[in-house]
Design a protein around this ligand. Structure first.
Ligand code: 1GP
Length: 261
């Protein structure tokens, strides 16, 4: 249901999906999220990957792509929903990636960059549809951290990533995001990044910004995932490195590393 003006009478509260994501991170120590790319997989592959992921102990899915040149976004999200009953959250690369089949959408502002289109422009294009669908939007400050190579998100967004040896700069952005009312911070190395987000940055942002941290990009091993959680990540996102070995046992290894309890 689209929200009505009555909403402003209510005290600020999290939507059901955000509440669930927060609860799973606090119950399990951290949550394991799998990124499914609708551009690289057919609906059947997405359903199968979703089922295997749930069996292996993953907690929820992000679905989105920096560039979608084939496939149908609604169909892709529906296929993921069909394969499992875990929450499916849109991780949009573009304002066209909005789907009423999803449970929620990360309403990302690319705050590490200064490209107005990714700070507010795409949002204005997507917002009326999100409202009409009654889709839960989770306001998220999205920051790209240098991962040693040019990633798709860097190229497509025409923004420079933040230096990986300057935690102060990242912390200042995270605080600004919090003061602007964003409720999650996504520290992104970029899909397939050569190097993942440094622990030092995660620690500093977790300590100072006190917002739930999503960390992804270039995480390839259970050890790396665990180390990010120990540094303060609440959600670990993995996509690329699963594509070669989408098995229950591989997913289980990572979910056991992510779940501290
Ligand atoms: C990318 O953070 C995600 O947006 C996941 O990255 O595909 O490198 O695991 P990978």
């Amino acid at each position: 249901m689209p929200s009505t003006g009555d909403d402003i009478q209510r005290s600020p509260e999290f939507g059901p999906v955000e509440t669930h994501l927060r609860e799973m991170a606090s119950e399990r120590g951290a949550a394991f999220c799998i990124l499914l790319d609708p551009d690289r997989n057919t609906p059947d592959e997405l359903s199968m990957a979703a089922g295997i992921s749930q069996e292996g102990g993953a907690d929820f899915f992000l679905v989105g792509s920096s560039l979608m040149v084939r496939g149908n976004f609604d169909q892709a999200v529906a296929a993921v929903k069909k394969g499992s009953d875990l929450p499916v959250v849109v991780f949009p690369g573009h304002s066209s990636q909005v789907s009423g089949e999803a449970d929620a959408i990360l309403f990302l502002s690319l705050i590490s960059g200064r490209n107005a289109d990714y700070l507010i422009g795409q949002h204005v294009l997507a917002a009326p549809r999100i409202h009409e669908l009654g889709l839960e939007a989770i306001p998220t400050g999205y920051m790209l951290i240098d991962s040693g190579r040019i990633t798709s998100v860097q190229y497509m967004s025409m923004t420079a990533p933040m230096p990986r040896d300057k935690p102060d700069i990242v912390v200042a952005h995270a605080l600004a995001a919090r003061f602007l009312g964003m409720r999650f911070i996504y520290l992104e190395g970029g899909s397939g990044g050569e190097r993942d987000v440094p622990e030092e940055i995660i620690e500093e942002v977790a300590r100072t910004a006190a917002l739930p941290l999503i960390v992804g990009g270039g995480i390839r091993t259970p050890e790396a995932a665990r180390s990010k959680v120990k540094a303060g990540a609440s959600y670990i996102v993995i996509g690329n490195s699963l594509e070669d070995e989408w098995t229950t046992s591989r997913i289980r290894e990572i979910s056991e590393a992510v779940h501290l309890r």
